[in-house]
Ligand binder design. Structure first.
Ligand code: AMP
Ligand code: ZN
Ligand code: FE
Ligand code: FE
Length: 292
């Protein structure tokens, strides 16, 4: 069983349409795929329909932009009802923050003498509700300013670079409660990754677990062997589910191929059991796992 629980489509900043993501997962030999676009469930319907035509098990999820103690935390939420009002309200606020950041980044770039417009970014964002720096990067590539996304982040859009603009992220503990209320389960993405929480220790993770955290992503490209070992030990200690995933973005991110990291079937089973309990406790109509 090969299980990849963190991937992106064109519903946010991946480069594959949701159906193409599903086909790529089948081609990569995966048995289970979670689609986890940033801050939106917009890709779920297309991905679910595509997966239903195959034997692939599809888990609807999302990667929510949150903040904790002043630092950005990416929270993977699996199987929440996205229409649950407290969750919908948090997502709406994050998406508004994303939208309002685009003109600010364009203005910074124009100040640097680059002839880029909001329309260029809109074209690169192909209708996503979750426009972000990768779409600005893609616009810069199209304009011939940089060769690829990485160069755009290195020169302009990364932290501390001249066109970097901060944006709203939802309070982590509020989102943990909202996801639970929506009948879903939460897993911190790349907790010791770049731009993460600042290496949250066991005590911090235990406190978050008390608020509803179910798991942590252990096997991720941002984590070296030592980080994976330590995080795995913390997960075992606390009884957190340990996941592994590619954080695939199509052509948008190198070294994140589908299945490059994966989740152990026992951990996936625990995650689904926790989701079943959460859905029952919330009494909400949560999305189905396709081909479960
Ligand atoms: P945003 O959410 O708009 O702030 O953009 C963050 C997204 O940019 C995340 O999905 C990252 O995976 C992606 N990202 C960050 N750094 C890079 C990079 N150097 N090259 C490509 N994508 C990146
Ligand atoms: Zn992304
Ligand atoms: Fe992330
Ligand atoms: Fe991601």
């Amino acid at each position: 069983m090969r299980i990849d629980l963190h991937t992106h489509s064109r519903a946010s900043d991946g480069t594959d349409a949701p159906a193409a993501l599903v086909r790529a997962a089948v081609d990569a030999g995966l048995d289970v795929l979670a689609i986890t676009d940033h801050d939106t469930a917009d890709g779920w319907a297309e991905a679910s329909a595509a997966a239903a035509e195959t034997g692939l098990t599809l888990v609807p999820g999302m990667e929510i932009s949150t903040r904790h103690r002043g630092r950005g935390v990416h929270l993977l939420a699996f199987l929440p009802d996205p229409s649950y009002p407290p969750l919908a309200a948090e997502l709406e606020q994050v998406l508004r923050g994303r939208a309002s950041r685009v003109p600010a980044m364009v203005a910074r770039l124009r100040d640097l003498g680059i002839d880029i417009t909001e329309d260029d970014v809109r074209a690169a964002a192909h209708g996503t509700a979750a426009s972000g720096r990768p779409h600005v990067a893609d616009a810069l590539v199209t304009l011939g300013v940089v060769p690829d996304r990485t160069a755009a982040f290195d020169r302009y859009l990364g932290w501390g670079r001249p066109a970097h603009v901060d944006r709203y992220a939802a309070p982590l503990e509020d989102v943990l409660r909202a996801v639970a209320g929506a009948g879903g389960v939460s897993v911190i993405a790349h907790p010791w990754g770049r731009g993460g929480l600042g290496r949250p220790d066991e005590e911090t993770l235990a406190a978050l677990q008390a608020v509803g955290l179910t798991g942590i992503e252990v096997d991720h490209q941002d984590h070296d062997e030592q980080a994976r070992d330590t995080l795995g030990a913390i997960a075992r200690d606390l009884g957190l589910v340990a996941t592994g995933a590619s954080d695939y973005h199509g052509d948008g991110k190198t070294d994140h191929e589908l299945g490059c990291n994966s989740t152990h079937p026992d951990e996936f089973a625990r995650l689904l059991e926790a989701a079943d309990r959460a859905a029952a406790a919330a009494g909400r109509d949560t999305p189905a796992v396709v081909n479960r």
